[in-house]
Design a protein around this ligand. Structure first.
Ligand SMILES: [Zn+2]
Length: 114
């Protein structure tokens, strides 16, 4: 999810994926939401989108591993190379953005209540 001051863009990736490709897409989408999902009023939906991404992560974890000659449930071999996994979300610098925003919000609340 990407938000700007007056709008937002939600993207989905429909298709047949192996676990590695699905995980790579989920990680990429979640990191994009963590960095770009908080800006503007629509940013209030970012936690919901992150929960939806978590649901997608759980679905992706049930997919067959990459590298199967015939991936169960896909009806055929993996087409092309699997996507690069990328950094796990919890070890990604993208996590800094919501942490900084929460700290700034708490600081604002503390300062405003003095
Ligand atoms: Zn794949």
């Amino acid at each position: 999810m990407v938000t700007v001051l007056v709008g937002m863009r939600v993207s989905t990736h429909k298709g047949v994926y192996c676990r590695q490709c699905g995980t790579a897409l989920c990680r990429q989408q979640t990191k994009t939401t963590l960095v770009m999902g908080w800006w503007g009023v629509q940013g209030l939906a970012a936690p919901l989108v992150l929960l939806m991404n978590l649901y997608s992560f759980n679905k992706v974890n049930q997919l067959p591993q990459a590298g199967y000659a015939f991936a169960p449930g896909t009806g055929g071999p993996h087409y092309g190379r699997p996507l690069a996994l990328g950094t796990p979300v919890l070890r990604s610098p993208a996590l800094i953005v919501p942490v900084v925003l929460v700290v700034a919000l708490i600081a604002l609340i503390v300062v405003a209540n003095r």
